[in-house]
Design a protein around this ligand. Sequence first.
Ligand code: GLN
Length: 195
Amino acid sequence: MMKPVGVLALQGDFARHMDSLKRLRCPRKLIRWPEDLETCAGLILPGGESTTFVNLLGKTGLKKAICDFAEKSPVMGTCAGLIILAGEIVNDNMETLGLIDIRVERNAYGRQVDSFTDTVHVPMFEDKPVFEGVFIRAPRIHAYGGDVMSLGRHGQDVVMARNRRILVCTFHPELTSDTRVHRYFVEEMAGKTDS
Ligand code: GLN
């Protein structure tokens, strides 16, 4: 049996990620302290408020624990989770974990369209290469490094990407009943020890 996938449960919509993992019958575990990570095969950082996350990660000791964990194990971040993982935030000086070489703008879609749903193109989902993208005060990826692969686009924007062990989405796959993004993380990243 696979080790559980952890979901960071300090704040934000972690319960919806737990639901997505449940639908996949994937063992899962809420993460609140560094030692909770010990038995995990992977970790999900949910959406929420990235400045609050960064603050709580520092206070709980999880900042260092997650960086150590990511040296061997995969981590997925959605929306605020992506912001926390990014190498650079163009419009904020918060201290991110810097685990994926992406340059990100927070709240990039402005007030009028701060939340919307639109089709995201994900070519690797070969049978049906589209996904319902739920964007909520979403960040935008402005640039990405050579070890980062684009996996999904919304118009010209890369909205889903990965490097060796980090998977990020600017949208919220956990807010749909479509579990394919979580399945990809569980099967292709957390389920493979050398990912
Ligand atoms: N706007 C939030 C931030 O910058 C992210 C929003 C979300 O996670 N839905 O932290």
